[in-house]
Design a protein around this ligand. Sequence first.
Ligand code: GDP
Ligand code: IMO
Ligand code: MG
Length: 436
Amino acid sequence: MSNFINTLGNLAAVVGAQWGDEGKGKLIDILSDKYDIIVRAAGGANAGHTIYLKDPNSPEGRKKFVFHLVPSGMFNPNCACVIGNGVALHLQTFLEEVDLLNNSGIDTKDRIFISDRAHLLFEYHKIIDGKEEEMKGDKKVGTTKRGIGPCYTDKTKRTGIRVHELVNDFDSFKKRYEENFNLLEKLYGKLELNPEEELKTLKEFADRIRPLVIDASFFLNQKLKEGKRVLVEGANGAMLDIDHGTYPFVTSSNPTIGGIITGTGLPSTKFKNIIGIMKAYTTRVGSGPFPTELNNELGEKIREKGNEYGATTGRPRRCGWLDAVVGKYAVMVDGLTDVNLTKLDTLTGIPKLKIAENYTYKGNKLDSFPADLNILENVEINYIEMDGWDEDISEVRDFENLPENAKKYVEKLESLIDCKITSIGIGPDKDAMIFR
Ligand code: GDP
Ligand code: IMO
Ligand code: MG
């Protein structure tokens, strides 16, 4: 196969370089052929990673899978998948995904593992997520309402409950659950939930997951030592990072490289490739600043053509021009070694394309992406305008065969973000990728 794939090291990570939904699932599915283990490091069921499988029996010739918690490596029977310690784990969602896989003929036996240190996300976290959003009114984050913020709040407050507690001693787990539930009802008022019922379900879940629970950090490090290849599947995106993103319009974990390391216990010094996924334009779901947003017909055209609707919530994604300030920032905070540019095909037929080159605030060019949202909302964007292309690029597999203007667009981005673009997506299918 191609150069890029063959140069990948035994330990690598794939991370989102914008506001999520860049196409991480597809690359993970492709790379699962080259890795023994895929591990999720952070986030929870706020993520929605889409994979298309060839299916001659379906009218479209393919079948769509969206994974929220199960890592995107399950379609390779030789690949094992791990839920890392940094994940906020909602067991029902996880087990439903496992069932879906099994019902689709995918054998998950001895191929899925859960870190004993992962934090459990309960129904009450989801209810509180909804309540918090309601209380914020027009300042709401626009969360996925999957309970992510409240679960990580419990983790950092040191009242969170981890997987080992559920599977090792149900009675003491039950006590902890009830304590938390009662405390939260004191804080938030009556929660529309019967804790006894959830506990009953959790007891059944505990029996189901017990054989899957491992000391994942130890397991992953052992496997690496044995020469196995490990790939970390990032969730969300750099601009949603609790530290580096557009705070407070972010998620409650670190989708950037720090979270990849703390969320797995893998050694930072052993990562050879940190691959950032960057869409050829920009999308964002939920509230928060989006400098290059296109609030016009073209934005809608991109949404329709790119099918930009949330994989988790179905919400229409906001669309806009590619932003090299964001790209360069992600290259910096993630230390990206490679970029996979995705959905270049969506831009076909747009006569003039723009890329944000830099931001100016009060007449001064900014060095990097600003922290202060008041500044960000008032920056002037300096765009580069480029000619587009009309040719269908979905069948192209060799960079040299792309239309000249498509090549120029890719090369321009490469020079602006100062990182190699080693693969280019030109369609949703697994084989729709150009490797350089
Ligand atoms: P993720 O969360 O980063 O895994 O991305 P999502 O699955 O939420 O959204 C990406 C969408 O774009 C999915 O529907 C993918 O099937 C699709 N996709 C990924 N790469 C490409 C590409 O190169 N071209 C096109 N047209 N679609 C793509
Ligand atoms: P993947 O892995 C896109 C966004 C939400 C919201 C904010 C906070 O599919 O790329 P949360 O529920 O995490 O508290 O929501 O973060 N968000 C995502 N947007 N893709 C994702 O994941 C996202 N995960 C969270 O829309 O704006
Ligand atoms: Mg997604």
